[in-house]
Design a binder for this molecule. Structure first.
Ligand SMILES: [Zn+2]
Length: 226
């Protein structure tokens, strides 16, 4: 399915919101639309434009270690996505991987990223965690940067939970309450560990249930051809 048709499908079935709206009471079936922009920023911009044509507002989490993050026009395009297209920009957190690769203090790394966005006029409300190979190798998750996600103070000599989401007044994408989580990570649709053979039927079926549900749907723009 191309992305435009996917937007039409979502629009027909759900009320679509960016993740920052998670505490607002909304009647009906709500889908929080999330994009983890691992590598393909240009596709993310194209998705943002298509969504705008359908009056969809979603959340784009930008990876601070990706090559695109250093391109001078990156922040200008983020501002365009936020101010002109109405989307939310968030931080796709890879701070613990940076720490593992011995590049300094996690708090300072996070502060630098946050500051770079804010100085460019981008409002940051939340973060999602990047699934990094460097972290997996050390049994660490990027989420462990935050005290809310981790009880241990250190793993394999790496200091964890150095900052808290609460003091930064940020949400964590995993903390947002939802009934169903759907993702294209790994290159195929799945939900709560189960493969989805037919995404259209799956989403339509969610919409016909009598109970009101909250869905978090995650895409990776690098997996879409637009
Ligand atoms: Zn990622």
């Amino acid at each position: 399915m191309n992305y435009e048709n996917f937007c039409k499908l979502l629009k027909r079935l759900f009320k679509i919101r960016p993740l920052k709206d998670n505490s607002i009471k909304i009647r009906g079936n709500v889908l929080f639309l999330r994009h983890d922009v691992d590598s393909d920023f240009e596709t993310a911009v194209k998705m943002a434009k298509i969504e705008n044509e359908y009056n969809i507002k979603s959340t784009y989490f930008m990876l601070h270690t990706a090559p695109y993050f250093k391109i001078p026009s990156f922040m200008i395009k983020c501002r365009y996505m936020q101010n002109n297209l109405g989307h939310e920009i968030g931080i796709h957190n890879n701070v613990m991987a940076v720490r593992i690769q011995n590049k300094g203090n996690p708090k300072k790394t996070f502060d630098r990223v946050l500051e770079k966005f804010r100085r460019s006029g981008i409002n940051i409300y939340g973060t999602s965690a990047h699934g990094s190979k460097a972290c997996k190798y050390k049994n660490i998750d990027n989420r462990y940067l935050f005290s809310e996600y981790c009880k241990k103070d250190s793993i394999n000599g790496i200091k964890l939970r150095t900052i808290s989401l609460k003091t930064y007044n940020l949400y964590g994408a995993y903390n947002i309450k939802h009934d169903v989580y759907v993702t294209d990570s790994g290159g195929y649709w799945h939900s709560n560990g189960k493969k989805i053979d037919n995404i259209i039927a799956f989403l339509e079926n969610l919409n016909t249930s009598n109970e009101r549900i909250k869905i978090q749907l995650l895409t990776h723009p690098c997996r879409w051809e637009i």
